[in-house]
Design a binder for this molecule. Structure first.
Ligand code: ADP
Ligand code: MG
Length: 230
């Protein structure tokens, strides 16, 4: 599903060039649940933004579902992001003036779905995350854990095959974080590909496969280790 080859990213700030990702080779199969781990500043969010087609690499190749992402223009990329990928962020990124239901409906507005179907699918997604009874609440009327579950419902509403989460439990207490991770496990069991970015070893442990980044390079991949010892 995800194939990165010789991928690199350099940020240019004025005259200063910062090489944040170096020679990343990574293959993720459909249906895998992987954690990308590493200390702060190691390039995790940069890598997630590239995998999520929110940013482009400076060098190297990225194929998503066999399609070369570098060959796509901005309109095609926006379509891929909307159809294929569900995003979950540390700070939820919900719109504060909208109810939970309307937040969840947003991706469907961009897809041109009728309002009846939007409502139906939003309520279905909220039910999946256990928040049917909070559909008409605004984010400020929900706990952090509930807000993150609304964000997960929003990420699911377009039925994407790939879920990308950047520090999804970073702003949550332990119990709410566990509930979010239980939900990821369920979504993985249903066949979705899940990529979680985290600096928290307990979050990483819940995935099937752990990749470790340090200074922009992959320094460990649990899948390779298993291969190496068998
Ligand atoms: P992580 O998510 O692992 O903490 P990031 O990918 O956010 O790491 O950042 C890696 C490095 O790239 C950091 O040194 C950060 O300051 C730098 N960086 C991130 N985004 C930008 C940007 N848009 N422009 C310049 N430097 C950036
Ligand atoms: Mg980060």
């Amino acid at each position: 599903m995800i194939r990165l080859e010789g991928l690199g990213k350099t940020y240019q700030t004025g005259t200063v060039a910062l090489e944040v990702l170096k020679g990343i080779d990574l293959h993720v199969k459909s249906g895998e649940y992987i954690a990308i781990m590493g200390p702060s500043g190691s390039g995790k969010s940069t890598l997630m933004n590239i995998i999520g087609c929110l940013d482009r690499p400076t060098v190297g190749e990225y194929h998503l579902n066999g399609q070369p992402v570098s060959a796509m223009d901005e309109v095609e990329l926006a379509g891929v992001r909307n159809r294929e990928i569900g995003f979950i962020f540390q700070h939820f990124h919900l719109l504060p003036r909208m109810t939970a239901q309307h937040n969840v409906e947003l991706p469907l507005i961009y897809s041109g779905v009728t309002w009846q179907e939007r409502r139906e699918r939003a309520l279905e997604a909220l039910e999946k995350v256990g928040l049917s009874d909070r559909a008409h609440h605004r984010p400020a009327e929900l706990s952090g854990g509930q807000q993150q579950r609304v964000a997960i419902a929003r990420a699911l509403v377009n039925r994407p095959r790939l879920l990308l989460a950047d520090e999804p439990t970073g702003a949550l207490d332990t119990a709410s974080g566990k509930r979010v991770l239980d939900l990821f496990e369920q979504l993985h069991d249903e066949g979705r590909t899940v990529v979680v970015i985290t600096h928290d070893p307990d979050v990483g442990e819940r995935a099937q496969r752990q990749i470790r980044l340090r200074d922009g390079e992959i320094v460990a991949d649990s899948a390779m280790e298993r291969e190496g010892t068998s």
